[in-house]
Design a protein around this ligand. Structure first.
Ligand code: NAD
Ligand code: IPM
Ligand code: MN
Length: 359
């Protein structure tokens, strides 16, 4: 049966990198019999400019009825003056909440060809393959109360609330343990249980869920130490599971281990394995419109989509092998440039992946 994919280019470099992913889907459909149809809609600043809302009802409806969603990135300086509720980022958060995408899988894999592109010593990152499992629909991102209130004194007070129920912690931990079972069976739960009661509960629930997974070696680490260990000795980790905000921060740090944030894909899944797929980076306003952004994180997000939501792992393998081939050929966008390699722009990199797939 033909699967439906909703394409949400978004803002900044979003449309540029998503165009390369769409070319790839078209190629898989035309030349390799992938049964998908795509539809495109607005989200983020682009949607706000069109109708005054970062997540129009019509976009959310299309996302709900799609088998999978591919998103570029949202946000940019143009929309920063808007109130939080109207900001592009709210569109993304609305999609995550609206689709119930509580499990965010962020793999950080170092392609051997990029060992020199990492800012860390090659021996520290060689062979790196970790998976960060980030809770995505709870925590401080969504907790109530929130806002800015004016006190009797006239001074203003900003409020956000870190809150997790046991069932929210339990379901993300189960995803993480299941993920660890398919990998090297080591799971590190990252919290701040020495200070925050909410994450003390997180640790307690992680231990409880762990009783159902006796083959997985569960460890715990405070988030400040985890940030340090990720840079000191990242290969000690197999799977990490953590809260929404800690996961946001740690996954950007992990991205740099692989050479560039332009290399990291992600999958956001709900209980039915319906998913939204996006690079972990943002709209990169500093390079938007120049045709120089790295499209590989988005292209690798398509591979994750094929594997997790569209039951087409053979096509996913094809994409990942093509990316590796292109890196072997020495093609590099600016973010992963190294001496002796060939500089290419966004479209040329996308074309090279297509060629490698067809070869
Ligand atoms: P960013 O990830 O957009 O950019 C950080 C740095 O990485 C920049 O120097 C940028 O040029 C570079 N970079 C990012 N992606 C790249 C790519 N594919 N190729 C080459 N270089 C790349 O983070 P930021 O600057 O903090 O945020 C910019 C905007 O993006 C903000 O509005 C933010 O809210 C938004 N944002 C959106 C998402 C998302 O849509 N999922 C994620 C993060 C940030
Ligand atoms: C990400 C982004 C988002 C987040 C923002 C844009 C809402 O940083 O996808 O990592 O914080 O989750
Ligand atoms: Mn982020």
């Amino acid at each position: 049966m033909t699967k439906k994919i909703l394409i949400l280019p978004g803002d900044g470099i979003g449309p540029e990198i998503v165009a390369e992913a769409v070319k790839l889907l078209d190629c898989l459909r035309a030349d390799f019999g992938l049964a998908v149809e795509t539809e495109t809609a607005l989200v983020g600043g682009a949607a706000y400019d069109d109708c005054g809302l970062p997540l129009p009802e019509s976009t959310l409806d299309l996302a709900k009825s799609a088998d999978a969603v591919l998103l570029g990135a949202v946000g940019g300086p143009k929309w920063e003056p808007l109130e939080i509720a109207l900001r592009p980022e709210k569109g993304l958060l609305g999609l995550r909440a609206g689709l119930g995408l509580f499990a965010n899988l962020r793999p950080a894999i170092l392609y051997p060809q990029l060992a020199e592109a990492s800012t860390l010593k090659p021996e520290v990152v060689a062979g790196l393959d970790i998976m960060i499992v980030r809770e995505l629909t709870g925590g401080i991102y969504f907790g109530q109360p929130r806002g800015v209130e004016t006190l009797a004194s006239g001074e203003r007070r900003g409020i956000n609330t870190l809150v997790y129920t046991e069932s929210e912690i339990e379901r993300i931990c189960r995803v993480a343990f299941d993920t660890a079972m398919r990998r090297n069976r080591r799971l590190c739960s990252v919290d701040k249980a020495n200070v925050l009661e909410c994450t003390e509960l997180w640790r307690e629930v992680a231990i409880r869920v762990g009783r159902d997974y006796p083959e997985v070696e569960l460890s715990h680490m405070y988030v400040d130490n985890a940030a340090m260990q990720l840079v000191r000795a990242p290969k000690q980790f197999d799977v990490m599971v953590t809260t929404n905000m800690f996961g946001d921060i740690l996954s950007d740090a992990a991205a740099m281990l692989t050479g560039s944030i332009g290399m990291l894909p992600s999958a956001s899944l709900n209980a039915e394995n319906q998913g939204m797929y996006e690079p972990i980076h943002g709209s990169a306003p500093d390079i938007a419109g120049q045709g120089v952004a790295n499209p590989l994180a988005t292209i690798l997000s398509v591979a994750m989509m094929l594997r997790y939501s569209l039951s087409a792992p053979e096509h996913a393998d094809r994409i990942e092998q093509a990316v590796s081939k292109v890196l072997n050929q020495g093609l590099r966008t600016g973010d992963i440039a190294a001496p002796g390699t060939t500089a290419v722009g966004t479209a040329a990199m996308g074309d090279a992946v297509l060629e490698a797939i067809r070869a």
